[in-house]
Design a protein. Sequence first.
Length: 285
Amino acid sequence: MPTYMDYMISPLPIRIFQCMVDHSKLSVKSLVILHAGHLPGRTLQRNGTTFDHWAFVYIGAGRGYYQAGDGPRQTVEAGTMFCLYPGTTFHYGPDQDGFWDEYYFTLEGERVQEWLANWCHQPETVKTIGIEEAFFSKMEMVFMLMESGIPANQDRASLALEALLYEMADRARQPAATSRSLFVHKLIGDLTDSVYQPLDSAAVAARHHISIPTLRRMVHEYTGYPLGEFVHRLKVAEAKMLLLRTDKTLKEIAAMLGYADVFYFSRLFKKVAEVSPRTYRARMG
């Protein structure tokens, strides 16, 4: 797996992928993923930067800013997406002394122009997408397909990414969030940021000035899972990241996430991910 340290970008290991296939061997030539990557804990800011190709950037955690040309400076938060493209100067990055968790995909091909004409409107604006475990799983699948070096898998990666970006764009086209939905986003963000801490329902409810029954009801309505199960799923998602980008043992990861019984956590992981932690690391790593 192409994981390495670059302290100019992030204090955490980053993963960079590139198309390893001769373009003449591709069946899908109208859309090619040139580069892709996952930059967890990114701290690097870029200002006055230009690009030769289109890139789509999804932020899974953290906060920062984005500005296209002379346009307004926009806030970037977890669950948002923005574009980088030729012909414009960009200023973007995490807030000063902050970070964000970035996934990016750099593309070329005439298919992008079709997107712009039909469903990828206003590329100069930050889009609110939301955070779903399925997004991360689909991006990891794209990485795995690219890394194989097999032409058919590179084609599959491009088509899989197109489907994911369409899904994200469709999510962004939904009606503007109400004050209640914004509140729920903050609540879910709080739970996500607390993944390394034991779940304290009373403390979470108190921070948001709601009762514990209201907390449970809102989480269930928004995610479709009971509060406890949703937190387990958040922790499993974090475990996936740790399995891929660190050499820590499963016992160490379980302890970090608040599970004293590694065997219980292994069973929980397999229930959620449908593969054991060892298989997941071997297959995706």
